[in-house]
Write a protein that binds this ligand. Structure first.
Ligand SMILES: [Zn+2]
Length: 63
């Protein structure tokens, strides 16, 4: 079973703000500049590429 979720990011404009989002459900903060939203998306991709262990999701319950 593949553990990897596809991460495809895109930016969505809402009013004068731009938000980065990913197919995995991740969403970045609203930014005024699309370039900033793209930076958020690239950072998200870098985070998931780094894999679990570093920067674990704080909202994930421990088992
Ligand atoms: Zn993602």
């Amino acid at each position: 079973m593949p553990h990897r979720a596809p991460h495809t990011t895109s930016t969505t404009e809402s009013g004068s703000f731009c938000t980065a989002r990913c197919t995995c459900g991740w969403r970045g903060p609203a930014r005024r500049a699309r370039s900033q939203a793209r930076t958020d998306a690239e950072r998200h991709l870098a985070d998931v590429a780094a894999g679990p262990g570093t920067g674990a999701d704080p909202e994930r319950p421990l088992e």
